[in-house]
Ligand binder design. Structure first.
Ligand code: AP5
Ligand code: MG
Length: 210
């Protein structure tokens, strides 16, 4: 599989697994969340429109997300394959994706909700190089500082309890129906996302090695 969609709730480990899988297969890691956060940090018009939605834990409007997704997929480094991490998230996006590219498989990440909350509230990241840490499961060597460049780590604005609750509810309402959407197309493969990142990575390998 080289054209892959990652489907699953917030905090389940999509970004963590996408980085490893894409490095192994030499394909593009396309996270709409990362692209939007970078637009917010740069203060672009897109970033200004997206910021309030993201802070509150709501989805960014479909037309904005579809535009950045289509632009990124049209670039040369997407032609060898990709993991779409956090896209599609609504039925409108899923139908639009059908018109943009073929997909070989959809990996559904599954984890009990208490563990999701824990993974999000303990997450910190480096604002300079974007490395993601977890104070429980992947702590930095020196407290509060990035291992790679020593920058002070920060928390995502949407990892605060209120936004986390909204993100989980939004997933249930808007994104979960896509499980059925992709099951009907015969594309869905379920992944047990419990255990360490390395254990999940082993299961991922078994699901994607074809
Ligand atoms: P996005 O950035 O996509 O966030 P998300 O889907 O909420 O997912 P996360 O990034 O929170 O979690 P993840 O599954 O990547 O977990 P991670 O690997 O970091 O979207 C953010 C916002 O942007 C949305 O709310 C929305 O506003 C907007 N947006 C984005 N795409 C959109 C779209 N298509 N349409 C509309 N709006 C959109 O892991 C989490 C933590 O757990 C880390 O600390 C990590 O180190 C740790 N961890 C990972 N794996 C393990 C493991 N196996 N064991 C223990 N700890 C682990
Ligand atoms: Mg992510």
């Amino acid at each position: 599989m080289r054209r892959i969609v990652f489907l699953g709730p917030p905090g389940v480990g999509k970004g963590t697994q996408a980085r490893t899988l894409c490095a192994r297969l030499g394909i593009l890691h396309l996270s709409t969340g990362d692209l939007l956060r970078s637009a917010v940090a740069q203060g672009t018009p897109l970033g200004k429109s997206a910021d309030g939605h993201m802070r509150a834990g709501r989805l960014v409007p479909d037309d904005l997300v579809l535009k950045i997704l289509a632009d990124r997929l049209a670039q040369p480094d997407a032609q060898a394959g990709f993991v779409l991490d956090g896209f599609p998230r609504t039925e409108v996006q899923a139908v639009a994706l059908d018109g943009i590219t073929l997909v070989d498989g959809v990996i559904l990440f599954e984890l009990p909700v208490q563990l999701l909350v824990h993974r999000m509230t303990e997450r910190w990241f480096c604002p300079k190089c974007s490395t993601v840490y977890n104070f429980v499961t992947r702590p930095p060597k020196k407290a509060g500082l990035c291992d790679l460049d020593g920058t002070r780590l920060e928390q995502r604005s949407d990892d605060q309890p209120d936004a986390v609750r909204t993100r989980l509810a939004t997933y249930q309402e808007k994104t979960k129906p896509l499980i059925e959407f992709y099951q009907q197309r015969g594309l869905l493969r379920k992944l047990d996302a419990s255990g360490t990142a390395a254990q999940v990575g082993q299961r991922m390998r078994a699901l994607t090695d074809d």
